[in-house]
Design a protein around this ligand. Structure first.
Ligand SMILES: [Cu+2]
Length: 166
């Protein structure tokens, strides 16, 4: 009996070794996928953008360009020719605001806008915000996004407003 279990054990060890052998060639095969992932990253670079309604424009009502302001900085968004809807609501005649703080328009407008301190989303349909910014010069630009946070084509964006925060 002990003999038999030793044999079984030996077989199990052998089997384990035998399984690792074929597994080893599989490991190098795992290397190509990362390389293959690079070309796969190309297709999602262009999601469908909603056409901007003719004449639709965005602007920053306040602060005025060149203004010297104190914290909190109240930023009011203005829109013409298109409405506001919360994020996730798929409508051709509405979108939601995004505020670029010290950031330029993303190079690739076929992707959702980033969501961070420099790319703020107002997915609830808000039309103004109070910001606390470090003292100094800052730029603000508003851009509308569709239900998926993708800018329209062409983008409905305000001109850049430069402010000095005291
Ligand atoms: Cu958004």
């Amino acid at each position: 009996m002990p003999m038999r279990s030793t044999l079984v054990l030996a077989c199990l060890i052998l089997a384990a070794c035998g399984q690792q052998e074929p597994a080893a060639p599989a490991a190098p095969a795992a290397t190509p996928p990362p390389a293959a992932a690079a070309p796969a990253a190309t297709p999602p670079a262009a999601l469908t953008r909603k056409p901007a309604p003719a004449g639709a424009t965005a602007y920053i009502i306040e602060p005025a360009d060149g203004a010297t302001v104190m914290n909190p900085v109240r930023v009011v968004f203005g829109l013409k020719g298109i409405g506001v809807a919360p994020a996730g609501v798929d409508r051709n005649d509405a979108g939601h605001h995004h505020l670029l703080v010290d950031a330029s328009m993303p190079a690739n407008l076929g992707l959702p806008l980033p969501n961070d301190e420099q790319h703020r989303h107002f997915g609830g349909g808000q039309t103004e915000v109070e910001l606390t910014l470090p003292p100094g010069r800052h730029t603000l630009q508003m851009v509308l996004g569709d239900h998926l946070h993708i800018p329209h084509d062409p983008p409905i964006a305000s001109s850049v407003v430069t402010i000095e925060v005291q």
